[in-house]
Design a protein around this ligand. Structure first.
Ligand code: WT7
Length: 664
């Protein structure tokens, strides 16, 4: 049964408990409605109020929203602000310097606590070091680092001096890193010698060296290396620098403070690359003020975070979730958070539950894929079952990145949440900067598998291909009708692509197109996400463009043609299936297996291991219409192992369908 079918069959409703509502930031549906109607009555006034209450401004803004050049919207533009000041200094100034900002747990279980005071010192020293290397406001700095205190420090230090960071996930290949370094025009790269995951040391610096050697990034003057393992690395004198040496040098000079660079609220805080349906990944550009406002506000609304909470988001800083809900959101509100270096299955698949118990985590935020894989492990071994750990500290649970099937939701609710913790199923995207549609833990009656209702101020709707609203109960295209502060501002270096991808003329040019299908429930108006409507796959909550994987495959000299589709997968949500035509004859038996493995390794090298096809099928040809168009719908059926019910009379060679059905 597909996730969507089961979602539609799930009718149980879980109202918020009195405990969850008591003292919650939004304590019931009346409070929710009061906020949504405030936003409807006075849209700009609503956002201005939040921005004034939630953030500390160096110079207050006067204009709220500038819509003079749609869809290039600007928020709070004449206001001056610094993200790092808001995330660190103001908590120290308020007397909370001794509070833990980060409880870091390494892969091997070592724990390091970092107070807000410590964080301030680390960020200032490193910010000063970056300035000495000539990094200045507006420069782009690429961060290719493991999950670490140093990774957060690097992001905050860039923000402090007004440099725009672009974090590249540590699992991406040298080729992907090179493309991003070139596209963003980086002047510096911050990396680590190696990263530790699941007891294994994986290289980062040598991949970074390869990425730079591949050319086009002559602007990169400094490669700053965090020493994580002390593993062997090649050294390029004059270019490469140890992070700890730079920081020690600043410390020796007493350079423990660094005046924040006050920037316009519209100044680009970061650029984060994400896959689209066409072409190369897009550099999604986010602002400083609007982004930070929503990262902080959603910590309060969606997670109901309070000063005593211990928040843990298991994402990686290489993804948007790690930007909004590790580097910026928790720190912006002065929370204590757990930052984890490792993987959920090492040294055993009870690691998450063990860490929740150990650090008394109160708010836990993870991906459905992780839950699904841990269910399997827990049900097979009582020792690592969540019930074997004291999870009584937990108050609120969250999920992100992909639809959660009701079975996994129920398991999470009962076994991790003890049947009492609300689950916030947060729908959002790299482009939206923060949560858009999500339950509120103290207000929203929950329906497993539904992300329920938009946050106050977010004008989400379901429309048809012409941009007209469809009635509840009817599926359609998910859009956001009005600009909101944390929306992407543009695609770095390609404003035309921004306009075309997100505000298509077909929908009238004014609606933000999310790229997902959705349906609203007839009675409740609740949203259920039905997955991407474009050629974007979601594998373990990671976004992959089918075209990117196809280009990677055809760049292999033995490949003539390739088509990639997604297939539903019990654990990863979707899996990559590649249909490949070789330049030589179709391989059979063992040889087919060998070549399939070679191609998997090739894709890992071209993009990163996350993009490796699960299945590779070889054919003498691909199913095409007479005009030469690949029949993707047929391929999707083949990938699922379904019987072909479509009309195949237009196919040149129907026999290839049998070939392509064979799994390697
Ligand atoms: C795509 C965005 C959200 C930050 C991490 C992923 C899918 C995201 C949900 C959810 C169903 C979801 C959508 C969306 N998605 N959250 N709660 N329920 N689908 O960010 O890599 O930009 O991917 O993830 O398809 O468009 P991303």
């Amino acid at each position: 049964m597909s996730a969507i079918e089961s979602v539609l069959q799930e009718r149980r409703i879980f109202p918020p408990s009195a405990k969850a509502s008591a003292g919650a930031a939004i304590s019931g549906m009346d409070a929710y409605k009061a906020l949504t109607s405030e936003a409807e009555r006075d849209y700009e006034g609503f956002w201005a109020r939040l921005a004034r209450e939630t953030l500390s401004w160096h110079k207050p803004f006067e204009t709220v929203l500038d819509e003079s050049n749609p869809p290039f919207y600007k928020w709070f533009e004449d206001g001056e602000i610094n993200a790092s000041y808001n995330c660190i200094d103001r908590h120290v100034e308020a007397g909370n310097g001794a509070k833990n900002a980060i409880i870091f747990e390494a892969d091997d279980g070592t724990v390091v606590n970092v107070t807000y005071q410590d964080l301030l010192q680390r960020v200032c020293r490193f910010a000063n070091a970056l300035k000495k290397r000539g990094v200045k406001k507006g420069d782009r700095v690429v961060i290719y680092m493991p999950m670490s205190i140093e990774g957060v420090v690097a992001m905050q230090a860039c923000a402090r001096i007004g440099a725009t960071h672009s974090v590249v996930f540590g699992g991406f290949s040298s080729k992907s890193l090179n493309e991003r370094l070139v596209d963003v025009g980086a002047v510096a790269l911050i990396t680590a010698d190696e990263q530790m995951r699941g007891g294994k040391a994986l290289p980062l610096k040598s991949i970074a060296d390869e990425a730079i050697a591949a050319g086009g990034c002559e602007a990169v003057k400094s490669v700053i290396v965090y020493k994580r393992t002390g593993g062997k690395t090649q050294w390029h004198e004059g270019r490469d620098l140890w992070m700890h040496e730079l920081v020690e040098h600043e410390a020796a000079q007493g350079a423990d403070s660094c005046e924040p660079e006050w920037v316009s609220a519209e100044h680009p805080l970061f650029i984060l690359y994400t896959s689209g349906s066409t072409g190369k990944p897009k550099g999604v550009q986010h602002s400083t003020g609007g982004f930070l406002l929503w990262a902080a506000q959603t910590m309060k609304w969606t997670f109901d975070a309070k000063p005593d909470d211990v928040f843990w988001c298991t994402a990686d800083i290489g993804w948007i979730t790690g930007h909004s809900y590790i580097a910026y959101g928790p720190t912006a509100i002065g929370a204590t958070q757990v930052v984890f270096e490792g993987v959920p299955t090492y040294p055993h698949a009870g690691r998450f539950w063990d860490m929740i118990a150990k650090h008394k985590v109160t708010i836990f935020y993870t991906a459905p894929t992780a839950i699904r894989s841990l269910i399997k492990a827990a049900e097979a071994d009582a020792k690592i079952h969540p019930k074997s750990f004291d999870l009584s500290s937990l108050r609120i649970l969250g999920t992100v990145g992909e639809p959660i099937n009701p079975e996994a939701w129920m398991w999470y609710h009962e076994n991790v949440g003890g049947g009492v913790c609300p689950i916030v199923d947060t729908w959002w995207q790299t482009e939206t900067g923060g949560h858009m549609i999500t339950p509120l833990p103290g207000a929203t009656p929950l329906v497993p598998g539904s992300c329920t209702l938009p946050l106050p101020g977010i004008m989400a709707a379901v429309v048809d291909e012409t941009g007209q609203d469809v009635p509840n109960g009817q599926g359609g295209i998910l859009v956001i009708k009005r600009p909101w502060p944390s929306a992407l501002r543009t695609v770095w270096g390609d404003p035309g692509r921004y306009k075309k991808s997100y505000f298509p003329e077909e929908l009238g040019g004014a609606l933000y197109l999310a790229g997902d299908g959705a349906v609203r429930d007839k009675e409740t108006g609740y949203f259920t996400i039905m997955g991407r409507i474009d050629d974007v796959l979601n594998v373990s909550g990671h976004r992959l463009g089918t075209m990117e994987i196809e280009s990677a495959l055809v760049s292999n000299p033995i490949v003539a043609e390739a088509a990639v589709v997604g297939r539903p997968d019990d654990t990863t949500g979707e899996a990559v299936v590649a249909f490949v035509v070789l330049k030589r004859s179709r391989p059979e038996g063992e040889e087919g297996k060998r070549i399939a493995n070679e191609l998997r390794a090739w894709v890992a090298k071209e993009i990163g291991p996350i993009a490796k096809p699960k299945d590779i099928r070889f054919g003498d040809n691909l199913p095409k219409t007479r005009s030469g168009k690949i029949m993707r719908r047929l391929l999707r059926s083949l990938a699922k192992g379904e019987a072909i019910t479509q009309d195949v009379s237009t196919l040149e060679n129907p026999a290839i369908l049998d070939q392509l059905g064979e799994v390697r």
